[in-house]
Design a protein around this ligand. Structure first.
Ligand code: PMP
Length: 434
């Protein structure tokens, strides 16, 4: 495809699709005519036929790499036999539910959705229903999807921290007022919130590792405080493991930390890119959903448990359990983090390179790795974005938007890592001069 047709496609897109893309943060200010034409393994190809090693990874799902052949084949095979029937259950759904109950410590029973947002929505509705309480606690910098109760205080400007900062227009002020926002890793703030509002807190929801602002690792003491306080006050603790689930460990961060929440939400890596979310947890809570006849908490979704999508998850989890995927991505992730820190030191650019396992991010700031969103206000956003824009000239794609994390997949190789480190040396020096 030549440049003209790429521009033409992007223009046609803008004529009929608001902004020309189908989700926020897919349009790049410096590359408005980006059309993606192929994705395979670790590569994506643009409309002009240029190939990039992809570390954006669609915000995280393709842990095995794009279009993993076994996953694609499983989708096709399921389609030969069955499609959506909207009545009863399929053996695929049963197998997946059994697998999730086996892998994820908190999950005794589980329901499937199409997206992570639906999973967190239902988790909070359930928590409010079973507790009869109003308030939800979330943390500054965490993202849990697009619904109203959690659509606030993700990436906030300094003057908006500490007050409700909606990410969207159209949310009722009383809905925003029913969510308390606390700083991550702040044990005292948690104690204060429970001392003041404990009897009215229905749920505490968190990304156990806030990855929507790159990577902030949780203190173990913070997680255990959340567990203790929610238990003491009868609130529901929700781990949103949409990013951490399967990527960091088969049992998610709850397996790594040994802290078991009441409810867990899953998505992204569960089906390597096919649209699947899940909400699971304590059986007594999950039984309150109306999939259980007579139970009061409404739960529905036309596409929930779609056989082809569930087959994608079964194939993905089969590979994650049998192939050395985690060994590979953790080893490459370590190489990347070490190598990037060396390059930054070498060229004299103050940087904090952090991440976990397959996730990595370079913040352009002095000092220690961040412990909360506030720490990231020191990050040089212009250099963060500029460096990534310059990486493209070296055939490397990391999303050029502030604070976004990058991912390495099972399809990436040591040669890809070498190229990333090489490209970084040139790109960061170039970006610094601009
Ligand atoms: N929770 C977390 C932690 C996420 O990162 C996301 C998506 N980025 C969601 C929930 C929402 O998932 P979805 O986009 O599939 O609705």
């Amino acid at each position: 495809m030549n440049t003209t047709s790429t521009v033409d496609t992007a223009q046609r897109a803008r004529a009929v699709i608001p902004g020309g893309v189908n989700s926020g943060q897919r349009s790049l200010p410096d590359w408005p005519d980006l059309v993606v034409t192929q994705a395979q393994g670790a590569r994506i190809v643009d409309g002009e036929g240029r190939s990039y090693t992809d570390y954006h990874a669609a915000f995280g799902p393709p842990l095995l790499g794009h279009n993993a052949p076994e996953v694609t084949a499983a989708v096709a095979a399921a389609g030969q036999r069955l499609d959506l029937c909207g009545v009863g259950v399929s053996s695929y759904e049963v197998e997946l539910a059994e697998t999730l109950a086996e892998l994820v410590p908190s999950i005794e029973k589980v329901l499937l959705t199409s997206t992570g947002s639906e999973a967190t929505f239902h988790a909070l509705r359930l928590a409010r229903a079973v507790t009869g309480r109003r308030l939800v606690v979330k943390f500054q910098g965490c993202y849990h999807g697009w619904h109203d109760s959690v659509s606030l205080n993700v990436i906030s400007s300094p003057d908006r921290i500490g007050s409700p900062d909606p990410i969207s227009a159209g949310i009722l002020p009383e809905v925003l007022a029913a969510t308390l926002v606390l700083p991550f890793n702040d044990v005292n703030a948690v104690h204060r919130a429970f001392a003041e509002h404990g009897d009215d807190i229905a749920a505490v929801i968190l990304e156990p590792v806030p990855h929507n602002i790159g990577c902030v690792l949780p203190d173990q003491e913070f997680l255990s405080t959340l567990r203790r306080e929610t238990e003491r006050h009868g609130s529901v603790l929700v781990f949103d493991e949409v990013i951490t689930g399967f990527r960091h460990a088969l049992g998610g961060w709850q397996e790594i930390s040994g802290i078991t929440p009441d409810l867990t939400t899953l998505g992204k890596a569960i089906a390597n890119g096919y649209p699947l979310g899940a909400l699971g947890g304590r059986a007594d809570l999950m039984e309150e959903f109306s999939s259980n006849p007579g139970s009061p908490v409404f739960f529905a979704g036309t596409y929930n448990g779609h056989p082809a999508i569930v087959s994608a998850a079964l194939a993905t989890l089969r590979i994650l359990r049998t192939a050395p995927v985690h060994d590979h991505v953790f080893r490459l992730g370590d190489r990347i983090r070490t190598g990037l820190a060396e390059v930054m030191a070498d060229v004299g650019v103050p940087a904090v390179v952090t991440g976990y396992g397959s996730v990595f991010v370079t913040y352009f700031m002095e000092g220690a790795p961040p412990r909360s969103y506030d720490d990231l206000l020191r990050n040089d956003a212009a250099l963060f974005v500029g460096y990534r824009q310059r990486l493209r000239e070296h055939g490397i794609f990391e999303l050029p938007l502030n604070l976004k994390r990058s991912h390495v997949s099972y399809a990436h190789t040591d040669a890809d890592v070498d190229a990333l480190l090489e490209g970084t040396r040139a790109a960061v020096q170039r970006a610094r001069q601009e």
